[in-house]
Design a binder for this molecule. Structure first.
Ligand code: DC
Length: 226
């Protein structure tokens, strides 16, 4: 499916809450289809890191915008870059995770991030698998395939604990996921929500392979309908 003239063209938008399986799915899907993969959550994490490094008050929108507008966030393979520096490890710490959820509330910061994300996809010919919270609603509202991924809270906690090497208290991880979901879903600027034209997939009992198969089925159906 990944070679030749029949290569998939366009954006495949994958939205959903934290630890719903977006990254695993988006990465594997991109590999299957021979497309680039963009992790837009990484962009908000890099913006948060830039603001933290500058000692900015994360609730001061003007200051955060001033810091972020001078920086360049990008992705190379599976690594997030901030002004060319590989910050992939640093942006996954709990401190940056919490800060990312705060800067993502700021419309001015979101505008800059959305511009960079669209530019990144544009540079790759307009085709990519893009994951986030507002991809199907704001960043690429015309994406021909939109998926909204969910999973039950206990399963999402289990996955996050496995990622963290079981180093943290399960109830603290569950509470932190729930807090971020609430913030993402209730904010005024581009809240996380399922668009009417997005297909919801609950990954609670699906293996990564099964989730990929489901979306490949949607991609095939969309191609046939084109
Ligand atoms: O997916 P993630 O956990 O790496 O995302 C980090 C933060 O960025 C999270 O609080 C949600 C926010 N985010 C967003 O507001 N819009 C996106 N398109 C992607 C992530």
């Amino acid at each position: 499916m990944s070679t030749g003239a029949d290569r998939w063209r366009g954006v495949i938008a994958i939205d959903g809450p934290a630890a719903s399986g977006k990254s695993t799915l988006a990465r594997r899907l991109a590999q299957e289809l021979g497309l680039a993969w963009l992790d837009t959550g990484g962009f908000y994490r890099a913006a948060a890191l830039a603001a933290l490094r500058a000692g900015a008050d994360l609730e001061d929108e003007e200051r955060a915008v001033e810091v972020v507008r001078r920086r360049m966030v990008s992705q190379e393979g599976s690594r997030i870059l901030l002004d060319g520096e590989d910050v992939e490890t640093e942006i996954r710490t709990p401190r940056v995770t919490e800060a990312a959820s705060k800067v993502a509330l700021l419309p001015g910061v979101r505008r800059i991030m959305v511009q960079m994300q669209r530019g990144w996809v544009e540079e790759r010919g307009g085709s990519a698998v893009v994951e986030g919270r507002d991809i199907g609603s704001v960043v690429f509202p015309d994406a021909p395939v939109k998926v909204y991924l969910t999973a039950q809270s206990d399963e999402r906690t289990r996955r996050r604990l496995a990622e963290l090497g079981d180093a943290r208290e399960p109830s603290a991880v569950q509470e932190s996921l729930a807090r971020r979901d609430r913030t993402d879903a209730t904010r005024t600027a581009s809240p996380m929500r399922r668009m009417p034209d997005a297909v919801e997939i609950d990954t609670t009992t699906l293996s990564p392979d099964q989730a990929v198969e489901r979306v490949l089925g949607l991609v095939r159906a969309t191609r046939l309908a084109r």
